[in-house]
Design a protein around this ligand. Structure first.
Ligand SMILES: CC(C)(COP(=O)(O)OP(=O)(O)OC[C@H]1O[C@@H](n2cnc3c(N)ncnc32)[C@H](O)[C@@H]1OP(=O)(O)O)[C@@H](O)C(=O)NCCC(=O)NCCS
Length: 147
């Protein structure tokens, strides 16, 4: 399945994934702003349909995964890992040194994916994310890309 940079024409498909995959989807205006930046928003396609997307920044050797989401119908079938592997190879080709992300403590599926790639827990933001009944912690993860 190919990965490519997103364009403004993908925003509808990205929003559809956001609405179905998240408790708190990203606002369209935020996604639109990131899509306008080069090498920041990526989509994974299956037969021309967008089934996953990710937003990632790279500034002065430090990369940050801002978001990754897979269409719920496609979750658990390798799409998330494929997109992350693509991003890792892209970031290493751009000589990124560190790759950071944060994740809800309860998101065991995402944590399993990140840890299987070698990400290590680097910190915690207490009560960072809203939930239906209050707040939960964000776990900060880091992967050294320079090795
Ligand atoms: C988290 C997410 C991106 C993972 O993508 P995915 O395509 O579902 O995951 P994959 O099929 O590529 O699986 C990758 C790894 O995730 C873990 N995983 C996948 N499904 C899992 C499950 N049901 N339970 C536990 N771990 C699971 C495994 O480690 C798996 O590796 P393996 O197949 O080699 O065992 C995706 O499920 C998603 O979009 N979730 C909703 C949005 C979200 O939580 N985004 C992350 C925000 S930080």
């Amino acid at each position: 399945m190919p990965v490519r940079q997103a364009s403004a024409e993908d925003i509808g498909a990205i929003m559809a994934i956001e609405r179905s995959a998240h408790f708190h989807p990203w606002p369209e205006a935020v996604i639109r702003r990131y899509v306008s930046k080069p090498e920041t928003v990526w989509v994974l396609e299956d037969q021309g349909a967008v089934i996953a997307w990710a937003a990632n920044t790279l500034i002065a050797g430090e990369a940050e995964l801002l978001m990754i989401a897979v269409d719920p119908q496609w979750q658990g079938k390798g799409a998330g890992r494929q997109l992350m592997n693509f991003l890792q190879a892209h970031l290493q080709a751009r000589h990124a040194e560190q790759w950071f992300l944060d994740v809800r403590e309860s998101n065991h599926r995402a944590v399993a994916l990140y840890e299987s790639m070698g990400f290590c827990e680097a910190g915690r933001r207490t009560d960072y994310y809203p939930t239906a009944s209050g707040h939960e912690d964000a776990l900060l993860y880091c992967l050294d890309l320079s090795e």
